[in-house]
Design a binder for this molecule. Sequence first.
Ligand SMILES: *[C@@H]1O[C@H](CO)[C@@H](O)[C@H](O)[C@H]1NC(C)=O
Ligand SMILES: *[C@@H]1O[C@H](CO)[C@@H](O)[C@H](O)[C@H]1NC(C)=O
Ligand SMILES: *[C@@H]1O[C@H](CO)[C@@H](O)[C@H](O)[C@H]1NC(C)=O
Length: 366
Amino acid sequence: MTTNLNLMEKTSAIFLFLFVGTFVTIFQVSDATETSNAIFIFGDSTADVGTNSFLPMTKIRADFPHNGIDFLNSRATGRFSNGFNSADFLSKLMGRQRSPQPYLFLLKAGLTNRMFSGVNFASGASGLLDVTGKELNIVSMSDQIKQFETVCSNLTLLKGQDVAKNILAKSMIAISVGSNDIFGYFENRSTVDPLVFIGSLMSAYECHINALYKLGARKFGIISVPPIGCCPSQRIYNSTGGCLEIENTFARAFHSSLDALLKKLTSKLSGLKYSLGNSYEMTINVINHPQLFNFKSVDTACCGEGLLNAEKTCTPQAKLCSDRDTYLFWDLYHPTQYASELAATTLYNGGPQFVTPINFAQLAAY
Ligand SMILES: *[C@@H]1O[C@H](CO)[C@@H](O)[C@H](O)[C@H]1NC(C)=O
Ligand SMILES: *[C@@H]1O[C@H](CO)[C@@H](O)[C@H](O)[C@H]1NC(C)=O
Ligand SMILES: *[C@@H]1O[C@H](CO)[C@@H](O)[C@H](O)[C@H]1NC(C)=O
């Protein structure tokens, strides 16, 4: 009975913030379109909207079916999703149609001026550490920031220092990264002490934020690591099909260390504002109460092959589920479009259980 009661309380809390959120959103959207602040997105495949499709040397890509099956015209855009991803939904909540285009797309198309309103630099398989994904020929976080530096220099050149500074300070910097570093630790069977390893990820994060701050960025929307041990790709190594608990322990440690780091940086870097999304809490909440969110499957990939559809990636030959909005996972690693929308809505409008010290809507409004 007690647990049922707790569950009910949690439920009403969730619905409450969803309702409150709806009203907040309406005002946010009109705000955002009026001022149309720029959005710059960094990170890994959770936010990649096609960067890797411009990298001929990488195999980490999603520019083929069944990816994109629910996108406009069922187009495979390079997103690791059946449709939009969280970067798209966050951008939508900020008054746009979808995520800004990948840097490499805008560069190739010669659309340098369009970069000033937003760019997506995220590249699948990247991590906080330069070594993460290095042999996969993706764009590391350090290189994503170098690309951003080019955009900043052009902006300054064209608009002058003062205007550029003002534009950058108002821009939303969204970062979703960290999972691939932790996967790398386990794939490598690293013997580095876990606390030392998490510490090295925090040093890397601090360097990246410092670099972005130096370039003029002030508003950071940061998305931490979800319970990566619960990805179908990891569950197949647990004979019960349950989550790999050790990896989830790392994800929780990552979040609490990042929380501490951001508090420290706020006192060191004047004018810095941030919002930290607790992807762990958001996702585990869905996994523990799937029925509240109308999920029928939170352990199996919609697209894939073998055990939990997680022994192979999503390809044109893979099995594909029909009721995609009832799956948490699109492929062995990534959420479905519906799950990504849920995540973005929570980041944007959620309460302190999921996003601290303010939510992304409050950050955007600064
Ligand atoms: C402006 O951008 C182009 C690429 O779009 C880059 O090659 C060039 O170096 C940039 N200019 C400056 C001053 O950074
Ligand atoms: C994993 O091991 C490879 C090969 O030794 C190394 O190059 C790479 O840096 C390691 N990755 C991580 C994340 O430690
Ligand atoms: C496997 O999953 C079960 C729950 O089904 C959990 O209790 C157990 O700790 C997991 N094993 C590992 C190695 O993480």
